[in-house]
Design a protein around this ligand. Sequence first.
Ligand code: GDR
Length: 327
Amino acid sequence: MGRKALITGVTGQDGAYLSQLLLGKGYEVHGLVRRSSHSEVDDHRLKWIGVRDDINFHDGNLTDLSGLIRVVREVKPDEVYNLGAQSFVKASWQQPLLTTEVTAKGVANILEAVRLEAPEARYYQASSSEMYGLIQEPKQSESTPFYPRSPYAVAKLFGHWLTVNYRESFGLHASSGILFNHESPLRGLEFVTRKVTDAAARIKLGQATELPMGNLDATRDWGHARDYVKAMWLMLQQDTPDDYVVATGRTISVRELCRVAFEVVGLDYEKYVRLDERFMRPAEVEVLLGDPAKAERQLGWTADTTFEQLIQEMVEADLVRRRRAAA
Ligand code: GDR
């Protein structure tokens, strides 16, 4: 019998890459989806990656415990990946309560559903490098103290510690992956990498003339989502649950991101990028740099894609999409 995985946030970037990985390993993949009266499942990423028709969808919401209990009871998963969240940091200042409901309390709901209906299942919690916020060490590892700088990061910290607590209190096989920024052609347009690669493509094609940006001096440790979902899976294959930093160990500024993306299309970013207050944040995370030594040592994981390869792949995908849309 093949193993069964339940993924919350299956329609997101990581949900798409993780589904592809698990299907390739012979898993039966189940995904939790939010449906509403006016919209069907947002399946464009799953279609893009070619797995849409291989996933079993279940209606549900991280804010609804009884629905989660029903889905976990029906599916009886061997592995649960909690990737669902209000994940855009900037929006968390405008919607702190929604962010708390989904990104923090949602973790309590799904952990309860797992504890009650599938206590033997292995659980993955999508924790975030944003929890380091105002960094307390130049290179952040599993032992670096946290200092969240947004309602989003505060909510993620709750989810992280609750996962640790359920492991220690109830013996759940619950692991938390502290993932640094991970990007791909499937990244939402609101996030900075995709915003920049899409703009470089549009400007190259004559569909835009400038790119309004926020803080160009912030630096991030950027990897490829396709590499990072492998780390999630590896965590659940270990005998003992644990917490792991997943990162590349290299930090790059937003300004350098702009330079590299525009260089792919042969343009000088300085001619197009302009500062726009609307994209600044009330409290900024200036620098993030992860230390993936533990994941490398214990999971045998490495980040295979370089930053330059990642940005090139994203710009090329955006050129194709923008050309097609204009045709
Ligand atoms: P982040 O990602 O907040 O790190 O969280 P994002 O791409 O939104 O921002 C990265 C950095 O770029 C700066 N920036 C801008 N950001 C956006 N979105 N738009 C702009 O115009 C812009 N200009 C500058 C930001 O200020 C910031 O410093 C992501 C999310 O995926 C989280 O869910 C996840 O937990 C973390 O990564 C790891």
